[in-house]
Design a protein around this ligand. Structure first.
Ligand SMILES: Nc1ncnc2c1ncn2[C@@H]1O[C@H](COP(=O)(O)OP(=O)(O)OP(=O)(O)O)[C@@H](O)[C@H]1O
Ligand SMILES: [Mg+2]
Length: 463
């Protein structure tokens, strides 16, 4: 065993002969021992060495052993203490155990007794050491994960550098709520994770919740938790997201879809940081920060009374907007290079070369799916390319989209198009709402909400 790994024992007893004998007993063993015959000497040794175990006589001249025990347990909470008491002094033993002593020995004792006591403590100490190593390893893993995440937000455009700066501010103010806006695939979730893992909340939970993926009836209990038996199916007590995220971050993905009646409850929880589980009356304090996202025009939702203005004000203490990729074409090249590095290793195609024209064409393309689309495009191009050389054909850019024609007014009316699409899909799916929702790629509840919003009704004759 390495000398540094040896368990260090300090023997504090006023009888010199006793400490010497005991110390001799530990010689050539897996323990390293130190002796002290006064409290002052003991304290000096505690300062000098990282002592794992203190063998402490509670009857010391001029000092109360229990006071010493209390003091060292406060100052060195990881150190274990075995106390030595006089025969029949059970009162002191009980007090000492209450103050955190691990074990006790009654004088007079045999060396074998102390050996057994130390072995018991040793097992405990070894477990503690293992746990500490594991914790250190875990924090190392999260550190490398952090670095990885940081490295993965690529961009050189002034807009993306500003996004990064704002993310750093958000990380430095861990109690401020953050609203991240931007089109689909611009990296909203990516930035949210960067903020969380760079903030003081990083050792706690980052829970991502997409409310449109949860049924309305379950939403409240998902957020607030519930008490056993509060509704059919509530078989056990359950914590909700607000509680789970205590000291962490609650990531609300796509807030525009949040049902109106839940918004008031979320607002109250966010303001008061106190919640009650469904079916319960106990107040639970929880300290969470909300990072939310939307790729809808949330102001317009507010105007149409689909989203509460007071909640929006609560959520956007800090607002980060990630511009679409077409608005920052200078980021395309570094992103492609980054994804080549990632996928050439993954797909085992080293030394990929890119034809010059590729970047020129990509810069003209409007990327409706933003970085996600570019990433998928590059991955596919690497799979398709021959001789490890990427040409523009490998990217399969839809050229008609690259030419920026002015669309007709009708084409840009999102609301009208959504209504049309829903009606058409319903018709095609014979008015079966589940099949329609699947065909549209949205949750059935999101479809119901949209139908209610646009007043789309299914006639009995149509059904
Ligand atoms: N600047 C960037 N650097 C590297 N990768 C990025 C960047 N921006 C986005 N990505 C990648 O693009 C993909 C989509 O990002 P993300 O899921 O964060 O987007 P989103 O804005 O949340 O999209 P949606 O609105 O569809 O949920 C992910 O694989 C992400 O890692
Ligand atoms: Mg997202």
């Amino acid at each position: 065993m390495d000398k540094n790994d040896k368990i260090k024992i300090l023997i504090l007893d006023d009888e010199k002969q006793f400490t010497e004998e005991l110390s001799g007993f530990f010689e050539d063993s897996e323990f390293e021992s130190f002796e002290a015959n006064t409290v002052a000497e003991g304290k000096r040794l505690l300062c000098l060495h990282v002592i794992d175990l203190l063998i402490l006589d509670v009857r010391l001249p001029g000092a109360n052993g229990l006071d010493v025990l209390k003091e060292v347990k406060t100052q060195y909470p990881c150190m274990e203490v075995i106390i030595i008491s006089a025969h029949g002094d059970m009162d002191t033993v009980i007090k000492a155990m209450r103050l955190g002593a691990f074990d006790y020995l009654r004088k007079p004792f045999r060396f074998i007794d102390i050996q057994i006591a130390i072995e018991r403590t040793q097992k405990y100490l070894q477990m503690q050491r293992k746990l500490k190593h594991m914790e250190e390893k875990n924090s190392l893993i999260s550190k490398t994960l952090e670095k990885k995440i940081n490295r993965q937000f690529i961009g050189i455009s002034p807009q993306i550098l500003e996004v990064f700066e704002q993310a750093i501010i958000a990380a430095n103010y861990p109690d401020a709520n953050v609203l991240i806006t931007g089109e689909s695939g611009t990296g909203k979730e990516n930035i949210a994770r960067i903020i969380h893992y760079s903030s003081s909340r990083k050792d706690h939970i980052f829970a991502a919740v997409n409310s449109s993926a949860i049924t309305d009836t379950l939403l409240e209990s998902e957020f607030f938790g519930h008490k056993k038996g509060s509704f059919t199916g509530a078989f056990t007590d359950k914590m909700g997201y607000f509680e789970v995220c205590n000291r962490g971050t609650l990531f609300l993905d796509e807030i525009a879809d949040m049902p109106f009646n839940l918004q008031a409850k979320i607002l109250r929880a966010t303001e008061e940081k106190v919640i009650t589980r469904v079916g319960d009356t106990n107040l639970i304090h929880t300290d969470f920060r909300i990072i939310s996202t939307t790729n809808h025009d949330i102001e317009e939702r507010v105007e149409r009374k689909n989203f509460r203005l007071d909640l929006l004000h609560r959520l956007n203490t800090l607002h980060i907007h990630i511009p679409a990729l077409r608005e920052r074409p200078e980021d395309i090249k570094p992103l492609v290079e980054h994804y080549i590095e990632v996928f050439s290793t993954k797909l085992n195609k080293p030394d990929i070369q890119v034809a010059k024209e590729v970047f020129a064409v990509l810069k003209k393309y409007d990327f409706p799916g933003n970085v996600r689309e570019l990433r998928n495009m590059t991955e596919r191009a690497i799979m398709l390319c021959k001789d490890n050389s990427l040409g523009i054909d490998d990217f399969r850019v839809k050229s008609h989209r690259a030419e920026k024609e002015t669309p007709k007014v009708e084409e840009v009316d999102l609301r009208l198009n959504e209504i049309k699409m829903i009606r058409k899909a319903l018709q095609m799916c014979k008015y079966n709402q589940q099949t329609t929702a699947d065909a549209l790629g949205i949750h059935r509840d999101a479809l119901s909400r949209k139908m209610k919003k646009y007043n789309i009704k299914i006639n009995k004759t149509e059904e």
